[in-house]
Design a protein around this ligand. Sequence first.
Ligand code: HEM
Length: 379
Amino acid sequence: MIASSTAKSAVSTSAVTADPAAIERASRIRARYRKLIAITLFLTFDLIMFGAFVRLTDSGLGCPDWPGCYAKLSPIGAMQDIRAAAEAMPHGPVTVPKAWIEMIHRYVGTLLGILIIGIMIQAWRHRRVLEQSPWLATIILPAVSLQGAFGAWTVTHKLMPAIVTAHLLGGMGLLALLTWLSARQGGGTAQLPPVPTKVRRWRWAAALGVFLLFTQIALGGWVSTNYAALACMDFPTCHGEVIPEMDFHGGFSIVRGLGELPSGELISQAALTAIHWTHRNFAFVVLIYLGWLAWRLRGVPALAKPARGLKLMLAVQVLTGLTSIFLQWPLVIAVLHNGGAAVLVMLCITLWVRLADRDARLEPVRLGLAARDAAAVGR
Ligand code: HEM
């Protein structure tokens, strides 16, 4: 459904190209649409990083109700309640800075929702000029709504690890969808030669890369939300052993509260070790696979940039992961590790879109209008 038919687009192209004023208008619409997606993508990336900041500063319950803060629109109106809670428990979940951190995250999330509605409206209104199915832009709206719901459940379920990890994965999923939408607009790729048909077979390899990456992100989220970052302080060994004592059953039981086992007992060191050990060792699988993929695709002009970026970011990700352990988990490095994962998502999705999405503007046959637009604007 997402791929539009070439015949249909040819009809709309010839209809639009008949009139130079219409060409210029089409060019403006496309540029505006690209800009709106770029702004939304940038904001989503920031929100993911800020989400890590919320998590790592323990601000997730800074306002213990939802959607308001003590039923007020902002912490200003709720100051009395916040101060009372902070006085009762100075190191508890509610303090004035934590309330602000949590609410800013919610405000930016709301703004993101509004921008996504704007994208969807533009995608339907200008679907002929854009020559793309509007369904991808439409799917993003329920995705952001679900993400909002996970944000609410994060608060109402008191930071339950499964929900917080799902919220992190949802953010990365949203980023992936927006990157897909952005990459198919072809900004900066119009002059590149098309991806040869035989290289397009690599789309399955890229899809597997995306799957492995998301698995690793889920494992990383599980480390973070279970506070298992320092469960192994040495590397490459863990507690001085290649395979230390671990409790996988306890570590990977999904339905349980923060810091506990499903039985309600306190989570054990062996369970935290299992969580940490799995994330750092699965990283090797991801690094080898994505590194190999980037190396194989580096020679295709339309893929060279994201392939190079992928190699670089894999190295950065290992560095921030290791630094996190050796420097005992400094906040800024942990946030950068999260941002690195987000950049990896964008790079892998860009590679996949350029290999697989027929609506992406990479093939010369589909560049007719874009080329004429450029000529019309240049006149
Ligand atoms: C492709 C490679 C990797 C990816 C995509 C990845 C991704 C992630 C993600 C998404 C998180 C959650 C961050 C958050 O909740 O804010 C995380 C946490 C973590 N990762 Fe990785 N990671 C990778 C490799 C590594 C490596 C090689 C190490 C170290 C040996 C490592 C150590 C950690 C640690 C200690 C945490 C917990 C940090 C915290 O609590 O905030 N990671 N990772």
